[in-house]
Design a protein around this ligand. Structure first.
Ligand code: ARG
Length: 458
């Protein structure tokens, strides 16, 4: 029987129950729902709102409910709508009258807001740890490739040589900021909604600070309307998940390119690739492609939650029940992708020779000549001009830059001398970019030691 039986005239029809029920996805909040209810019950007794013996019965009964759920013989009933009603109903079936006192001074509105915060707080710890694991894989690989040279790109055009470690550490930096966002998020969201009632607070003398402490919150939400109807903590989390996914997706894109026959610079372990059902020779980087695809999903989740929230009047509206599926989907997706990514990166094999070959086109060192001219006192704009003419000359005459004679160079660059004949090696080019943040091997080694060393010690 539905909870509203007797309250309304018509029997709830099955379609209404189907549309209204969220149990198939919100049951995953059970542990946090029970945690919140236990703290609430203990507080009610401390405040003499319910007898101590009732609180004890409630806590014990909730333990039993939790056991039933975890042992798989709890019967979830869609007619009871959601996780909160399912658990409360079962509790009352088990312990009788005291169960009916649990909801004193509480509404499902502040209850679900609390459950969701507790749940997400825990889930974020998994995400945080998995981001660190990905960073560890990146830095471990970087350590072996501080002098592995490849072309750096802009506009997907060869630009300047870089070392592979520099590339990998760039992602470690991005993930470090993602970790920072998680930290900021936690500091902002860690306040307790419970005690806000349906929207206006309660006439009962609740001790909200006690409950906050019990549940590990830094304090209580100080406006009941805000507490029950805000979901920006969830939106912020899905948006930080979106940023993590965007980073992973972008990295995936490069790995896919690096595994194409056009470059063939890296190989991922077979266990992270798939073959083709038709073409026997294929080895496809599916996990990278799926990462790109799943990124779209998480962006969609963010758009969904934002759109749910944008037009609803204060305070709670049932629309908000629709927040959970996209939130859970975003969390599940980012957790899964991160879990695959860390061991996948660890299997990456690098063809240093092919990478080096690609970075050895002397045209990638054109900037080095322009900067050499700056050091001789030539204004950069003029230097750029001269070297551009030199590049044109080299192209028109089909003589690569490193094969031009000094006299040929001097046609475009009158300031040139013997030193200019030795600017065309990529290892020199990277070594000279020995400035904080630059791509010199020395810098990568320094960064690994000073900034990322703690990851390697694990
Ligand atoms: N299942 C509901 C949700 O997630 C719980 C809150 C229901 N509150 C209400 N007044 N109907 O939003």
């Amino acid at each position: 029987m539905s909870m509203w039986a007797g309250q309304f005239d018509a029997a709830p029809n099955e379609l209404v129950a189907e549309m209204g029920s969220s149990i198939h996805y919100d049951k995953r909040l059970y542990k946090h729902d029970i945690l919140g209810s236990k703290a609430h019950a203990r507080m009610l007794a401390r405040q003499h709102i319910i007898p101590e013996s009732d609180a004890t019965a409630i806590v014990d009964g909730l333990d039993q409910v939790q056991r039933e759920i975890e042992q798989g013989h709890f019967e979830w009933k869609p007619i009871l709508e959601d996780v909160h009603m399912n658990i409360e109903k079962r509790l009352t079936d088990i312990i009788g009258a005291p169960g009916a006192r649990l909801h004193s001074g509480r509404s499902r509105n502040d209850q679900v807001a609390t459950d969701l915060r507790l749940y997400l707080r825990d889930e974020v710890d998994f995400i945080r740890q998995r981001i660190v694991n990905v960073q560890t894989s990146l830095v471990t690989l970087a350590k072996d490739h501080t002098s592995t040279i490849l072309p750096g790109f802009t506009h997907l055009q060869h630009a300047q040589p870089i070392v592979l470690a520099h590339y990998l550490l760039a992602y470690s930096e991005m993930f470090e900021r993602d970790l920072g966002r998680i930290k900021d998020w936690k500091a902002r969201m860690n306040y307790l909604p419970l005690g806000s009632g349906a929207l206006a607070g309660t006439t009962l003398p609740l001790d909200r600070e006690f409950v906050a402490k019990e549940l590990g919150f830094a304090g209580v939400c100080t406006n009941s309307l805000d507490a029950v109807s805000d979901r920006d903590f969830a939106i912020e989390l899905v948006s930080l998940c979106s940023i993590v996914m965007m980073h992973l997706s972008r990295l995936s894109e490069d790995i896919i390119f690096w595994m194409s026959q056009e470059t063939a610079w890296v190989q991922l372990g077979n266990e992270f690739c798939t073959g083709s059902s038709l073409m026997p020779q294929k080895k496809n980087p599916d996990m990278c492609e799926l990462t790109r695809g799943k990124t779209a999903r998480v962006f969609g989740d963010l758009t969904t939650v934002l759109t749910i929230m944008k037009g609803i009047p204060l305070a709670y509206n049932r629309d908000m029940q629709e927040d959970k599926e996209p939130i859970f989907d975003a969390i599940d997706t980012v957790k899964l992708v991160l879990a695959v990514y860390a061991p996948m990166i660890a299997t990456m094999r690098v063809d240093k020779e092919r990478m080096y070959q690609a970075a050895s086109d002397p045209a990638l060192m054109a900037t080095d000549l322009a900067e050499w001219l700056v050091e001789q006192g030539v204004p950069f704009r003029d230097a750029h001009h001269r070297v551009r003419d030199l590049v044109t000359y080299s192209k028109t005459n089909s003589i690569s830059l490193d094969r031009l004679t000094l006299d040929q160079i001097k046609i475009s660059v009158p300031e040139a001398n013997e030193e200019c004949l030795n600017l065309w090696k990529p290892e020199q080019s990277v070594a000279k970019r020995n400035i904080v943040g630059g791509t010199a091997p020395e810098q990568a080694i320094f960064q690994i030691r000073t900034k990322w060393g703690h990851l390697l010690e694990q």
